[in-house]
Design a binder for this molecule. Structure first.
Ligand code: ADP
Ligand code: G6P
Length: 735
């Protein structure tokens, strides 16, 4: 069977409704996601899963069959939701919590535990449907804010399935996102994907910052390192089906008088009766993010500031009904009705009404009538993930005429610099832009539009989807090409068999991040009793154990002094052989400390949450508790500052796990471990989690089983997920 892509979104590209309690009718859905992805879906080998638009209560078996048939025709699979699910998940958590919050409307954001439960439940319902229809080798592409938990659910049950996720709305700044009570769960859900796509680099940056601050995952450029996977994050600005709009516009101009729509005839009449007048277009779903009210107010300001344009311009406003069960949308509807009424009342003359307002959905042909007839498009969202209407308007301007006035708060503004870019809250600037647009010479209009059109044509919807899928495909290769092999059940058995067959064996075990998890306070870290138990059992099996750590000797002595193990402290400086005493292994001095310490102190002063640890022969600067971004940045700065200072002494700078440590060169875990191999061993094993352990991985003999804890760049041959897996492996050795 051929592999397919399962596209998943809340809304299907087709809207199903029931008429006369028995007939199913189908119409296209409105909104950027549905209209954009529809072109991708039509061409590819895909199945689209989404909500039918109906509730389970409305559907009987007869109607269900009709729904299934209608959906199947379009390669879709429809999910019905109960009224309660719809209220909690769609009208509730999706559109009263995430939507306003992610668009920076914090005052509209509702935090409601019941709705959150509903959201989780419906995300699970979607995931179940996906899993039911999933074959080996299929790829899943999940869309948008209604389904943030779906990638996580799928990954948990089908770890080998490649999952992509694209967010069609903005991702807000960390400061806004952190206000959500369920922020961890939402991020974890999203991180189930192998690739996460956003419209702009800003949204991507905000997301990465939330992941590193809230979940404290390591993020590097556009990669997030999880325990056993790497998640890629990138920006893919969504395009439109350019040819479809261009072609529709060309066909539109070919129409004879009697082929024209009623709307077009009205538009033509208007232009004929008012020569020299221009029409200004705005099209959006009726949504508070779209800045419809401020657009009308700015238009009012324009007519007041430049009264010479009265009777010369008309604002044609199409608002498509949307989410009308949500109170904020009902309020907005009333507000817009009132504003339009007030302004029309204030300025209208016998032959002129300044605003023509439509509150309804329109067929595609009418949309094209509007795009092609209006000389100016005025789009003023207060926040918008992308705004495809702006792109569609430009694509239909086949003669290159027309001026686009676009809010800088729309994702699309990043790619449409040649438009007149405005701040939607600055009415004066909008008024000036309207004047400029009205008066703009045709030559200038053409030269601006030519540049935008070229860009839109090049990066259309097809290219957008291809780029995303290519990057998603790339995540598979990436995982496979990692040198270190994951220790799964089979590999574990192989290592354990080798261990059991060997007669002389030695294990080198790092401490922090390997035998125990990290803690913000390193002094509070202690091995759990089971670990002591495992150590005793391993001793009984005649296996030598070396605990090799960056910790100072007193710490190791406290926890392991009475065990039958060799202890190596401070990366190899101190050694305590089994049943022996502590002794220094290298000829080192510490005169350098007094000159380096003040530099460390200045970094502590400037970087909250960091501290200095002074060991016998080394100095460490810890930044685990600092702000992750600031900490990382200061760590880079500190390493380069101290590199200059240390070059004259025989010192080296170690970049550990959230720690920078300076110590005498020649002291490292590789050298210290190798010195322990005084006899011939037929099983050597070394395990550790950070850079200091890489010395062991590199310097121990080739036949050593080298194991890294966590998926990171390493010279080790294997990796395990976490300290739990380390403990499990040691217990297997001990059995
Ligand atoms: P959003 O996704 O927030 O609704 P976009 O501007 O990105 O905003 O996308 C809106 C999409 O809906 C566009 O592709 C547009 O063509 C389509 N659309 C808008 N109004 C209508 C309408 N009245 N009838 C049909 N499609 C519409
Ligand atoms: C935006 C969202 C989409 C949504 C569309 C229409 O484009 O990003 O996910 O489908 O608006 O909204 P609706 O709630 O009617 O699906």
């Amino acid at each position: 069977m051929k592999n397919k892509t399962i596209i998943v979104s809340n809304r299907l590209p087709l809207q199903i409704s029931i008429e006369n309690n028995q007939d199913v009718t189908v119409s296209p859905s409105v909104g950027g996601l549905a209209t954009g992805m529809k072109s991708v879906h039509q061409e590819g080998d895909s199945l689209w899963i989404g909500w039918s638009g109906l509730t389970e209560e409305e559907v009987n078996p007869e109607i269900q069959t009709q729904i299934n048939n209608a959906a199947e025709k379009e390669k879709c699979l429809a999910i019905n939701l109960t009224e309660k699910e719809l209220d909690d998940y769609y009208y509730g958590f999706s559109n009263r919590t995430i939507w306003p919050l992610f668009h920076y409307f914090m005052e509209y954001t509702k935090f409601d535990e019941e709705q959150w439960k509903g959201y989780k439940q419906v995300n699970e319902k979607f995931a179940e449907k996906i899993i039911e229809n999933l074959n080996d080798g299929d790829t899943v592409w999940v869309h948008d804010y209604q389904l943030l938990l779906v990638p996580g659910i799928i990954k948990a049950s089908k770890p080998n399935v490649t999952v992509g996720f694209f967010l069609h709305i903005p991702f807000p700044s960390y400061e806004v996102f952190r206000t959500l009570p369920w922020r961890e769960s939402l991020l974890k859900g999203m991180l189930g994907a192998d690739l996460l796509g956003f419209h702009t680099y800003d949204y991507e940056r905000h997301f990465l910052s939330s992941v590193s601050r809230i979940l404290r995952h390591e993020t590097q450029f556009n990669e997030i390192t999880l325990k056993n996977r790497i998640v890629k994050v990138d920006s893919f600005p969504m395009g439109i089906d350019y040819e479809k709009f261009e072609q529709a516009a060309l066909e539109h101009f070919e129409k004879t008088q009697d082929q024209k729509s009623e709307l077009q005839v009205r538009l033509d009449q208007h232009l004929d009766t008012q020569p020299g007048s221009k029409m200004i277009l705005s099209i959006d779903r009726l949504d508070y993010t779209k800045g419809i009210a401020n657009r009308i107010q700015a238009f009012e300001h324009f007519l007041e500031k430049y009264p010479e344009f009265k009777e010369k311009v008309r604002l044609i406003m199409l608002a498509v009904p949307s989410r009308s069960n949500v109170p904020q949308y009902q309020k907005l509807k009333r507000e817009i009705d009132e504003l339009v009424g007030r302004i029309n009342g204030k300025f209208s003359t016998v032959s002129w009404t300044p605003i023509w307002y439509f509150y309804r959905s329109m067929p595609f042909d009418n949309l094209i009538d509007l795009y092609t007839s209006c000389d100016i498009a005025l789009l003023t969202p207060r926040r918008d993930g992308m705004n495809l209407v702006a792109k569609e308007y430009i694509a239909t301007r086949t003669d290159l005429s027309g001026v686009l006035i676009l809010s800088e708060m729309a994702g699309a503004a990043h790619e449409m610099n040649e438009a007149l870019i405005i701040n939607p809250n600055n009415y004066d600037q909008i008024a000036d832009a309207l004047k400029q647009a009205y008066e703009m010479p045709l030559k200038e209009q053409k030269s601006r539009n030519r540049i935008i059109q070229r860009r839109l044509k090049r990066y259309g919807i097809k290219k957008w989807a291809d780029e995303f899928m290519k990057a998603l495909e790339g995540t598979k290769v990436n995982h496979i090409s990692k040198k270190a092999k994951h220790v799964n059940e089979k590999t574990e058995q192989y290592i354990v068999d080798e261990f059991n067959q060997a007669s002389k064996k030695i294990l080198f075990l790092d401490f922090d991040g390997t035998l125990v998890d990290f803690n913000d306070d390193p002094e509070l870290v202690a091995p759990d009793p089971e670990l002591y138990n495992t150590i005793d059992k391993l001793n009984a099996k005649n296996c030598e154990l070396v605990i090799i750590s960056g910790r100072d000797k007193d710490f190791l002595h406290t926890h392991f002094g009475d065990k039958e193990v060799t202890l190596i402290a401070e990366h190899g400086l101190w050694l305590k052989e089994k049943n022996g005493d502590w002794g220094i292994t290298e000829n080192v001095n510490k005169n350098w400390m007094s000159s380096i310490r003040p530099v460390f102190e200045s970094f502590v002063d400037r970087t909250p949450g960091t501290f200095i640890e002074e060991k016998n022969y080394s100095l460490a600067w810890h930044y685990r508790k600092s702000d992750p971004q600031l900490g990382g940045q200061r760590a880079n700065e500190l390493s380069s500052v101290v590199k200059d200072l240390t070059s004259n002494h025989d010192l080296s700078v170690l970049n550990g796990n959230k720690v920078i440590e300076i110590k005498n060169s020649g002291v490292n875990k590789g050298r210290a471990a190798t010195k322990q191999l005084k006899e011939k061993y037929d099983f050597i094993f070394a395990i550790g989690d950070d850079w200091t352990d890489e010395y062991m991985f590199r310097e121990l003999p080739d036949e050593t089983f080298t194991v890294k804890v966590g998926l990171q760049k390493t010279d080790a041959d294997y990796f395990v997920d976490d300290t739990e897996q380390v403990k499990h492996l040691l217990e297997k050795f001990a059995e």
